[in-house]
Design a protein around this ligand. Structure first.
Ligand code: ACM
Length: 266
């Protein structure tokens, strides 16, 4: 069994302060040196969350190409031969996205943009326009969702059908719903899910911490504290995500009847 090591970095990004955000995760990422195949940071890991309005967020947004934060992580990925997923405040022209960037260990960058915007985010961000892609990660496939996306079963399923073995879920959770829903999605789709949450408060919002990992049977593999900066490390066998049998006679994907599910498109 080939072990794959995931490190989830739970910390507090600093609102509108990329350098301060990096300061808060640097020691944590140093502790993963040469010991992680995949590192996952929270949602909006470079910028913080609770922007006053779209203008305020726009002032602190960058393209993926011009971001020092992404460049630093890319150099880290290359130097330590690791894959990285991070939340990122992304600007493209006059559009503003709540994004997740996947940097693979050869330095190639891919992006997912959050589709399901939570509360005040609807006034700040544009809705993601990349659909629900999955990306190659060595022999396996990686999908990404961002925080509140978790509430909607469709993207989880779409990415399972595209062959995802592992889902990275950068988050800024404020309620407990994800702790109930995410393990169920792992069972329903037969893959690993890693929810990396942030800690701390911004204005009247307090984030829930408790970053966690679940296996393809929905078992919780690890969970962080509610309020401390920490690295959650988990060793997994990605081959387990190839086994989609839920009983000897039932396959979680092949036993579906899409011809009976047309109402979902209404
Ligand atoms: C959230 O989607 N950040 C709650």
């Amino acid at each position: 069994m080939k072990k794959f090591r995931v490190a989830q970095i739970q910390y507090a990004p600093v609102l509108g302060n990329e350098e301060g955000s990096m300061e808060n995760f640097r020691e944590l990422i140093f502790s993963t040196r040469h010991r992680a195949d995949l590192i996952i940071l929270p949602e909006l890991a470079n910028a913080g969350y609770n922007f006053r309005d779209r203008n305020h967020a726009m002032q602190h947004a960058q393209t993926i190409e011009e971001s020092e934060f992404i460049d630093w992580l890319r150099r880290w990925a290359l130097m330590h031969e690791t894959n990285i997923v991070t939340g990122f405040l992304e600007k493209e022209g006059d559009k503003l996205y709540n994004s997740s960037v996947y940097i693979n260990k050869r330095g190639k960058k891919e992006v997912y943009r959050k589709v399901h915007l939570f509360m005040h985010e609807k006034k700040i961000f544009d809705r993601g326009d990349k659909g629900f892609p999955v990306f190659q990660m060595g022999e396996y496939k990686l999908g990404m969702l961002i925080c509140f996306d978790y509430l909607f079963p469709e993207p989880w399923r779409i990415m399972a059908l595209k062959g995802a073995d592992i889902m990275a879920h950068p988050s800024n959770l404020v309620t407990d719903n994800a702790f109930k829903i995410v393990p169920v999605q792992a069972i329903m789709n037969g893959y690993y899910i890693f929810t990396t949450n942030r800690i701390g408060s911004e204005g009247d919002i307090t984030f829930a911490g408790k970053s966690f990992a679940v296996d393809p049977k929905g078992n919780q593999l690890a969970i962080a504290s509610a309020d401390l900066p920490e690295v959650v490390t988990t060793k997994i066998d990605l081959e387990l995500a190839k086994d989609k049998m839920i009983t000897p006679d039932n396959h979680v994907l092949n036993d579906r009847f899409p011809q009976d599910y047309g109402d979902i498109l209404k």
